[in-house]
Design a protein around this ligand. Structure first.
Ligand SMILES: [Fe+2]
Ligand SMILES: [Fe+2]
Length: 236
């Protein structure tokens, strides 16, 4: 059985870990170890990595959703500790960061369209239109297709629909930042409704979803709302 652990997040869960405005998740399945995003402040990322007993040197693939500071904070530490991971970034990613990763000996794959990651996972390729170049991770798991997203700058419903198109079925669960933290009232209600209308079964909103957004998701999805925060473990 696969396991997803949230390494960095805005919301609390495991008291041994520190919260931060940012996101990172560690996924392990069938001996494959994948890291999705790298949090914000590197000292918090490293604190949580150690507390969770994650060995960065053993990670096979690093997927970076997009180049915002709250998703790449642990990059320098990662490059020092890990010498073997293939790195997956979306087209339009920061060229300076790509250069740095290549100079440290990492193979960098730039996604223009959907791609396989480590033979077990997939990425969407950049989803458009979007204010930032961003791709999301997805894979088959318990219940159906699981999606892991960083900030959802292309909007969660567009990401869900892209995965639906690639996978040929409605995804099961969407974990990560929904980027609703600046939305209130009607705009927020409409946004949650648009996610509901995709017919995705479960939601696990964290990071930049916002308090109000999480509250509304909980109300609308009821038992299909999964409350997650830093250190949450989801088995698939
Ligand atoms: Fe973010
Ligand atoms: Fe972002």
């Amino acid at each position: 059985m696969g396991k997803l652990t949230i390494v960095v997040d805005n919301y609390p869960h495991d008291s041994r870990l520190k919260r931060d405005w940012g996101f990172s998740a560690y996924i392990e399945d069938r001996g494959i170890k994948l890291l999705f995003d790298l949090g914000n402040r590197s000292e918090i990322f490293m604190h949580n990595v150690k507390a969770l007993g994650i060995d960065l040197s053993m990670i096979d693939c690093l997927v970076i959703s997009h180049p915002d500071y709250d998703h790449v904070g642990g990059l320098d530490e990662f490059l020092v500790k890990n010498k073997k991971a293939g790195v997956f970034v979306p087209e339009g990613f920061d060229v300076g960061m790509i250069d740095k990763m290549e100079k440290s000996g990492h193979e960098v794959f730039v996604s223009k369209e959907p791609m396989d990651v480590c033979g077990r996972f997939k990425i969407t390729g950049p989803v458009t239109p979007s204010t930032r170049p961003e791709h999301s991770l997805f894979f088959e798991g318990e219940g159906g297709v699981w999606i892991v997203a960083g900030c959802s700058h292309p909007k969660p419903w567009n990401i869900i629909n892209k995965v639906k198109e690639i996978a040929g079925k409605t995804p099961y669960v969407y974990i990560g930042g929904y980027h609703f933290f600046r939305m209130f009232d009607d705009e927020l209600q409409q946004a949650v409704r648009k996610v509901r209308d995709t017919e995705i079964e479960k939601v696990a909103p964290c990071h930049c979803t916002g308090e109000e957004g999480r509250r509304l998701f909980k109300e609308v999805f009821d038992k299909d709302y999964i409350e997650v925060g830093v250190g949450s473990v989801l088995e698939f």
